[in-house]
Design a protein around this ligand. Sequence first.
Ligand SMILES: Nc1ncnc2c1ncn2[C@@H]1O[C@H](COP(=O)(O)OP(=O)(O)OP(=O)(O)O)[C@@H](O)[C@H]1O
Ligand SMILES: [Mg+2]
Length: 281
Amino acid sequence: MYKAHFHLKRNPFDLTPDPHCFVPTPRHNEALAALYYGVRRHKGFVVVTGEVGTGKTLLLRCLLRLLENSKDIAYAYLFNSRLSPTDFLQYVLSDFGLPASGKNKCELLIDLSKFLVNRGSNGLTSVVIVDEAHDLSADTLEELRLLSNLETAEDKLVQIILAGQPELDQKLDSVELRQLKQRIALRTQLGALNAKQTLEYIEQRLRIAGADSSQPPIFSAQAIDQVYSYSRGFPRLINTICENALISAYARQSSTVTGRIIEDVAAEFRLDAFVPVQQNP
Ligand SMILES: Nc1ncnc2c1ncn2[C@@H]1O[C@H](COP(=O)(O)OP(=O)(O)OP(=O)(O)O)[C@@H](O)[C@H]1O
Ligand SMILES: [Mg+2]
């Protein structure tokens, strides 16, 4: 709707976690490198946690993009983690391209083990990636741990990546799951961006969407400060505020998103509470 008005080729703040829009902040870059290293070096369990809307799903999609280019890697990608252990195994098998329906848990485990051992002995890498892993039941997590026991004297036969909200950390800290916790080889965290990173994030997403950097900026400096205050640097909130601010600026036929516009959007989204409290001198 506003693309022509701002001379953009695509919506800069789309909420879909699209790797094409990835902004390599230091934290995201580091986390992506850790995931890739974990898979490539057969580290076994890797865990990434972060608050809601910090970029975990996007990170996994960026990783999948990297893995897709490697012929020696097969992966199963689960984004619905509210599954019983048997349904979970069934999903993993079918995502690896193996027949799974109608099999009981024992048969599923035998087939999966054969598949993983066979791939491992041919020098191939197999990865199980679970998004929303904070929703995994203790039983399914235990199943994953047992799966991770599949190893030769020198190598782990399945690489497991868990991504989830901070509740996942709490789950992994529970006494019940202490065995799994000990098996985690790499742990990485995503968080909110700082003010400078928020500015760079907004600029870069606008650039990816085709903004002409030789033209005056679409967002005023004050607007960007306000986006940071109201979003506290959480990427999904930054996107929501910026997207709505662009719509609002277009409706007002304004060529710039001003601080006033951000305030109006924040009020509509009831984000006032996020404004930092002013300290008394
Ligand atoms: N480094 C980044 N570069 C570009 N966009 C990002 C980045 N980090 C987050 N985003 C954007 O922020 C939004 C939220 O990201 P994402 O859906 O990956 O978060 P999440 O951590 O998986 O959230 P949830 O816990 O709710 O599942 C998406 O629109 C995503 O594209
Ligand atoms: Mg997500």
